[in-house]
Ligand binder design. Sequence first.
Ligand SMILES: Cc1ncc(COP(=O)(O)O)c(C=O)c1O
Length: 400
Amino acid sequence: MSYIASRLSVVKPSASMAASQAAKALRARGVDVIDLGLGEPDFPTPLHIIDAAHFAAKAGQTLYTAAAGTAEVREAVAGKFRRENGLDYTADDIVVANGAKQIIFNALMATLETGDEAILPAPYFVSYPEMVKLLGGTPVVVECPETTEFRLTSALLEKAITPRTKWLFLNMPGNPSGAVYSQSDLEALGAVLAKHPQVLVLSDEIYEHILFDGREFVSFGKACPELKDRTLIVNGVSKSYAMTGWRVGYAAGPAPLVKAMSTIQSQSCTSVCSIAQAATVAALNGPQDEVARFRHAFEARRDLVVDGIRKINGLTLSPPEGAFYAYIGCAGLIGRKTPKGVTLEDDAAVANYLLNEGRVASVPGVAYGLSPYFRISTATGEEVLTEAISRINAAVAQVE
Ligand SMILES: Cc1ncc(COP(=O)(O)O)c(C=O)c1O
């Protein structure tokens, strides 16, 4: 008999981590694989942020902090929301956690009763449904196809809401699609939500700064201020400042929710690493030119990938509006045969074929709730991306 709790039986490990593991296993056998599975910036953390951490450690900032985060980091986050998003929050409305992932986990743990529903527009970030299930909730997946540009519309939202709906998840720019919502898109969703006061909104804005073609970011909080008392704005330093390993995420929301999230944190991890919090203050309050430099690099890579993939017969790609992924349509390959005579039944088979024959690791669309697609991360250098596209091209050309 297993001693693992039954709640784990419904939870899958992260699909993007699994893709990366598969690539590593092949590499260990001497196969030269390009890993485009995991999404993390390949840039080093800007030096002034590392210096601030060094200084904090030497100055003795090495003790537990308040569960919600130091006063300095919560002030810095409040300042960021004011400056960049036009949102008015005080330090008391803010909580800092070990990554945006822990923020989301804490928010769900603080609110979900068994059977409560969370609406997840698909394609979604792989961890959302797994966290919802782990905490006793029911994910309600709403497919948002390319015809709606991977965006949730008010009609789709209206249809998905039930009396059990506790949360609506939004993610913009979206992982994996890159889709961005305009002010009017968000206002339309807000008008539906106004009729359903039981629904909380989790707006995951972690890719906010990775936005292309001169677009301006609009936070859900800015577009729908009337929903402030049931909106949690989630963000973090991982993607904007190339700080994935520092593990700092943050959120602003209604005081009772933020307080409950801090309580969970105080009894689980006590606080976020004090040194990483000091680094976050430097990231948010310091010079922002590296953020712009990263964005330009990601945009050039997006262009390179769109250009390359669109030349491949059988694949499709609408230019992502933000984030650092390409969600590549592979309907043109489904039902066709590989040189070994294997039929490509679905996007998992396509990703598997690309890994084993093309030597490129990607993540199949099934992991994001919308098929048939596969996701590649574009958070890697242009030379590597060029080589990956050429491998994908060669592998696809052999499909009959
Ligand atoms: C949409 C989305 N939210 C949250 C996260 C996790 O961010 P963090 O590193 O802050 O936990 C990711 C990471 O891939 C993501 O894509």
